[in-house]
Structures are given as structure tokens and as C-alpha cells.
Design a binder for this molecule. Structure first.
Ligand code: SPD
Length: 346
């Protein structure tokens, strides 16, 4: 009997250990350097299965399907934007974080903590934040004065504009152009935004959110809306081709957050991973490589001055005066979705 118990114990220990040796990360594309994942595996022995998405909507739909199927959540780490954290949290899709397993929380910028989308950071911690502004290929448009979202409608840019393949970004653009909030919920105003966007379509060559910088660098498009880190990364490869511009109507701003889905198969490993990402030197490495802003104040201190003071990465005070923070719009999401589908089929 004793031997059977010992054997069961051994099998259990082996099972638990094996379970903790894997981590399934589902993150935005181009959002984490390979070296960071390799270092995590080298230090912990935990193998990372890494897959990517290019919109909150795709990530959410996948998770909903997996969780609805009754099995486990499939993923251990997801990185929703602030407005999806509140949605997923209220729908019970996220696991409460065990703060006792995480160190370095005090290094996170208080301005990005304890926000309305997750009071007390019970379900999420900020990973990176950034802006959506204008990207211009300066080889194709040298000296062209571009400083406003409204410039995208210029008839001179027929069939040469890039839009992000991201509903909130594009609907936000339409709403700004119509003079409304990017979080507008009034159906009539959303409809006006849609019509603004429809009028832009003759200039739109393509939608892309996987690697929009490539489309700009290759000259498939000449300008468009883009995430700040994309331009930073392009300039790391070859400086001076792409320019990131803060449009005068204001950039859109978002905060992407680390979270563990409810039913995550490896919740312990997920906590170890978040703990690892909270290390200032790791957070610094991420921002230095991909050019999105770290919320880790200790990491910012470690950044070379040319990164810390790079306005593409960290907007200046004047630029921060005019930002449009994307927020949860509740039921209005369905109205956005309807117009978004219509826009893309036309
Ligand atoms: N390739 C990484 C892009 C990160 C975008 N973050 C959030 C966008 C919110 N609409």
C-alpha cells in the first residue's frame, strides 16, 4: 500500500512538474523579442508556445470559443488592451492575479495602475502602452506637409493610404474626423463617422495590423495610420525612411496589459512569466527593441537617452495634452462592428 501511495505521489509530482514546464502565450504580433522568450526558458526550463494575433477582437473570439467549449482556456497569457480588460473582466474571462507571486509591482508607473478598467490591478498589469498616429514614407513623399488626420483624405493620395486592420483604430479615426470622441456611443454620430470613412476609401489601398511598417517601407502605400513602435522598429532597421507624426487632432492612446485567462492550464508558469517581465532589465530590453513605451519606471531609467527621449516612443508633454484614450464602449461595440464590416466589404 505504501509503495502504491509513493508511486501515486511520484506520478503526481511528475505530472505537476510537466504541467509547469510549458507556457502558452498569445500576444500581439511584433510585440515581444525572441531573446526575452529564450532567456525565460533558459532560466526556468519552461518551454514557451508563442502565438500571435493582430487585434483584440481576434484574441477575444478565440478565447471565448475555447472557454465556451468547456475545456481549458488553451492560453496562459493574453495581452488585451485596456478597453478589452474591462470587457473580459466583467464577463468573467480572466483569472485573478496572485500579487504575492509577483515582485517589482512598485516599479510600475502609478499613472498606469489602478485605472478604471481594472481597479486594484486585480486581473491585469500594464505591459506596454503606445499611440496610433500617422506614418509617412519620406522617400515617396519628401517634403510633403502632413500634420493632420484630415490629410489622409487629400485626393492627391488616391489608393496609397494604409489603415490598421483594427476596428477601434479605424472607427476612432472616423470619429475624430467627424469631431467626436473615439469612445462615442451615440448611434447617429457613429454613423456619421462611418460616412467619413466611406469617403476615405478611394484613398485606402489596404488594411494591415500584422506588420504595417513593411507595407510602408516597401512603398505599397505612401502614408497611413500606424502604431508608434512600428515606425521605431523600421527606423532601427534603416533610419530616415519612415516618419512618425503626431496629427494635430491628437493621437489615439492605449495600454496593453498582461492577463491570465480563467482556466489557464499553466497558471503558475504564467505568474512566473509575468514576474520575469516585471524585471526592469527585461522591460528595458523589450522597449529598446520594439519601441513601445514601458510602464516600468526602473526600466525607463535603464534605457539609453536616445530611446527615453525619442518622441516616437514616449510622447512629449505637449503631445500628451492631446490624446484620445480608447475606452470600453459597452454595447456600442456591436454598432461599431456592423459599420466596420460594411466598410471593409465596400
Ligand atoms: N504590433 C503590436 C501592436 C500593439 C497594438 N496595441 C493596441 C492597439 C489598440 N487598439
Amino acid at each position: 500500500m505504501k509503495r502504491i501511495l509513493a508511486l501515486t505521489g511520484l506520478l503526481f509530482a511528475f505530472g505537476a512538474a510537466a504541467e509547469d514546464q510549458t507556457l502558452n502565450v498569445y500576444n500581439w504580433s511584433e510585440y515581444m523579442p525572441d531573446a526575452v522568450l529564450e532567456q525565460f526558458t533558459a532560466e526556468t526550463g519552461i518551454e514557451v508556445n508563442y502565438s500571435t494575433y493582430d487585434s483584440n477582437e481576434v484574441m477575444y473570439a478565440k478565447l471565448k470559443t475555447l472557454q465556451g467549449a468547456g475545456g481549458d482556456a488553451g492560453y496562459d497569457i493574453v495581452v488585451p488592451s485596456n478597453y478589452y480588460i474591462s470587457k473580459m473582466r466583467s464577463e468573467g474571462l480572466l483569472l485573478e492575479l496572485d500579487h504575492a507571486k509577483l515582485s517589482g509591482l512598485e516599479n510600475l508607473d502609478p499613472k498606469l495602475m489602478d485605472r478604471g478598467f481594472d481597479p486594484g490591478n486585480r486581473y491585469s498589469l500594464p505591459y506596454l502602452w503606445g499611440t496610433t498616429g500617422l506614418g509617412v514614407n519620406r522617400m515617396l513623399l519628401p517634403g510633403q506637409g502632413i500634420g493632420a488626420w484630415a490629410d489622409l483624405w487629400n485626393p492627391a493620395f488616391g489608393n496609397s493610404v494604409l489603415l490598421l486592420d483594427d476596428m477601434r483604430e479605424v472607427m476612432g479615426l472616423g470619429l475624430i474626423a467627424a469631431g467626436y470622441s473615439v469612445n462615442e456611443t451615440d448611434p447617429q454620430r457613429i454613423r456619421e463617422a462611418y460616412h467619413k470613412l466611406k469617403a476615405l476609401m478611394p484613398n485606402v489601398r489596404l488594411f494591415d495590423a500584422e506588420s504595417p511598417k513593411v507595407k510602408l517601407l516597401e512603398g505599397e502605400v505612401r502614408l497611413g495610420m500606424i502604431w508608434n513602435g512600428e515606425v521605431y522598429m523600421a527606423n532601427q532597421e534603416e533610419a530616415g525612411i519612415l516618419e512618425y507624426i503626431y496629427p494635430k487632432e491628437g493621437v489615439m492612446l492605449w495600454i496593453d496589459n498582461l492577463a491570465i485567462p480563467k482556466g489557464a492550464p499553466h497558471a503558475d508558469a504564467a505568474h512566473r512569466f509575468i514576474d520575469f517581465l516585471l524585471r526592469p532589465e527585461i522591460a528595458k530590453q523589450i522597449t529598446e527593441e520594439i519601441g513601445y513605451a514601458s510602464p516600468n519606471l526602473k526600466a525607463i531609467e535603464l534605457l539609453p537617452l536616445e530611446v527615453r527621449n525619442n518622441p516616437t516612443v514616449y510622447p512629449g508633454e505637449a503631445q500628451m495634452q492631446q490624446v484620445h484614450l480608447q475606452e470600453d464602449i459597452g454595447e456600442a461595440l456591436q454598432i461599431y462592428e456592423r459599420y466596420w464590416q460594411q466598410l471593409k466589404v465596400n
